[in-house]
Design a protein around this ligand. Structure first.
Ligand SMILES: [Zn+2]
Length: 335
């Protein structure tokens, strides 16, 4: 056998390769018709699906494409295909992003029962359209009845919170957006919080004081709802859903990460936070289903990176280029 068949396992073994969190920014823009669809070849099924407001959307897209950087990663084709199937080719007019912190792929594997409420009828591990028939599976499932779509996602290096959310909402690599370690400067590169308002979208950020999402996206033409506690954030998010004033809502919950660092990723308080994150998302999803019936909504449970247990202080951590810290799952629903 050749030696390369027995090559020593390197640290990046098993890290997901097909989908990266950098693709979320362009996905959100494309779902709303507020991105540079001409650059997103995969999005042709959406761009061909014209409707009555397509002219104004095209104008918005032009404005937004100048606001979102050209080097931003391409949209997730599976998500666009699923949305197109769910809404018969029409665009979304609402996006709700739920960002729990540090929910690793391996946690999903270990505690599948916790995730069951996210997964009823779920389509697993759908690959990009060009790679295999995953998109066809998604298409069939969504035509059949709106099952959630689960995607294996890769985080960015180093997998630390401000680095990851900067990539998720700018579409850029850490080298491109400039946050390459645990620091929280206000980003100077274009993000969805620039591109979406430029396309006429109203955006709300709901997050806890001092955390990455509350700080690195400041000075944008969006509304910030920053509170001391997770409970206040979640109550505000529910209130915003009922008021129906925003096209896009981003909600951050950092409690799993907080407990994971202190009691290990599988400690009692961490597992309680994980269950609460899933329950919060499902509560908000149900509120959207009930109160946004006149809208076409894409919503996602979208963590930033994974985590691992270790000996020493702290007993839980993340930040390494390993499958445990890099591999996560995102769940998308279309209501
Ligand atoms: Zn994080």
């Amino acid at each position: 056998m050749s030696t390369d068949m027995h090559g020593q396992a390197d640290m990046s073994d098993g890290i997901f390769k097909d989908n990266c969190i950098t693709q979320v920014a362009a996905t959100i823009c494309a779902l709303l018709g507020a991105g540079s669809l001409s650059e997103a070849g995969d999005a042709s099924s959406l761009s061909e699906a014209g409707d009555a407001s397509s002219l104004s959307e095209a104008e918005g897209a032009d404005k937004a494409s100048s606001a979102l950087k050209a080097s931003a990663a391409r949209p997730l084709s599976s998500v666009l295909t699923a949305a197109s199937s769910a809404f018969s080719g029409a665009r979304c007019d609402r996006v709700f992003m739920y960002n729990p912190d540090a929910i690793a792929w391996w946690l999903y594997q270990k505690y599948k029962a916790y995730f069951a409420p996210l997964e009823t009828g779920c389509v697993e591990a759908v690959r990009p359209l060009s790679k295999d028939s995953g998109a066809d599976k998604a298409d069939a499932a969504f035509k059949a009845g709106g099952a959630p779509l689960m995607l294996e996602m890769c985080s960015v290096v180093p997998p630390k919170t401000p680095v990851c959310f900067a990539s998720m909402y700018s579409g850029l690599t850490p080298e491109e957006h400039g946050i390459r370690k645990y620091e929280k400067p206000v980003l100077t590169v274009p993000t969805i919080f620039d591109a979406l308002p430029a396309a006429g979208k109203k955006v709300a950020i709901v997050s806890t004081a001092g955390d990455s999402i509350s700080l690195i996206f400041l000075n944008r033409p969006v509304d910030y709802f920053i509170y001391k506690t997770k409970q206040e954030c979640n109550e505000k998010a529910l209130e915003l859903i009922l008021e129906d004033r925003y096209d896009v809502i981003v909600l951050y919950n950092g409690d799993y990460d907080y407990w994971m660092h202190r009691v290990t990723p599988t400690g009692f308080m961490a597992r309680r936070a994980l269950r609460e994150n899933i329950s919060t998302y499902c509560t908000l999803r149900d509120a959207i289903a009930e109160n946004w019936q006149q809208h076409k909504t894409a919503l996602a449970f979208a963590p930033d990176h994974g985590c691992h247990a270790k000996f020493g202080i702290p007993p839980g951590d993340h930040g390494e280029e390993t499958a445990r810290d890099m591999n996560i799952a995102h769940w998308w629903s279309f209501l």
